[in-house]
Design a protein around this ligand. Structure first.
Ligand SMILES: [Zn+2]
Length: 215
């Protein structure tokens, strides 16, 4: 490290009578430092992008032909403690239960049977409790899942889509979340797509293991 120049002379004062810094010292103070070049990647995923992508990847496990929703519960240390997607209850065959959205008989639709992603993510937790956690969800939670979120002690909901914003169940969700002091925010990643290319691991070292772009 270069030594700083000696302190300014007593006679070298500014208009307030304070000793003025030497020209060299002033230059050091105002010149921005060049960040060290470590070769670190710069196009890595942010935490929000990562956890939302995990929720969306989980959704691809869903058998539901009309709606694939995923959820990911994350603790304060940025550790994933629960993942889930919408599906039929354990032991209840998704080959025998209906997946229809409409039918003359409600019992022939999926609605009385299917477990939502948030429910599964909360119940799949791999820690003692999930108090104070955040939940990343593809879709703003319905009122039934909101009850579970609140009762589990989750303190933040991060959602991608709010397409049912004006439906009564979403209005009820917001009412409950507001009353319980659970915050919620919409998150849209900076890119609309993430492509996972399994073959990239065998490629040259400079090739990214995933690529991302905006349409
Ligand atoms: Zn729900």
């Amino acid at each position: 490290m270069p030594k700083r120049k000696a302190a300014a002379k007593d006679t070298d004062c500014n208009k307030n009578g304070e000793p003025a810094l030497s020209k060299v010292a002033r230059m050091e103070d105002i010149t921005p430092r060049t960040p060290p070049t470590t070769g670190k990647r710069t196009n890595y995923l942010s935490w929000d992008e990562y956890f939302m992508a995990v929720a969306f990847l989980s959704a691809q496990r869903s058998k539901d032909p009309s709606s694939q929703v995923g959820a990911c519960v994350v603790n304060a240390d940025k550790k994933i403690v629960g993942i889930g997607y919408n599906g039929m209850p354990n032991g209840c065959s998704d080959d025998e239960l209906p997946w229809a959205r409409h039918s003359e008989d409600e019992l022939d639709t999926k609605y009385p049977y299917v477990c939502h992603a948030e429910m599964n993510a909360i119940l799949n937790k791999n820690s003692t409790d999930i108090k104070g956690c955040s939940i990343y969800v593809a879709l703003f939670p319905c009122n039934e899942c909101t009850k579970l979120i609140i009762q589990a002690g989750i303190k933040e909901v991060i959602f991608y889509s709010d397409k049912y914003h004006n439906q009564a169940n979403c209005k009820a969700s917001r009412r409950l979340l507001n009353m319980a002091g659970v915050t919620y925010r919409q998150f849209r990643p900076k890119a609309n797509k993430i492509v996972i290319d399994f073959t990239s691991i065998d490629g040259p070292p400079s090739k990214p293991s995933w690529s991302v772009w905006s349409p």
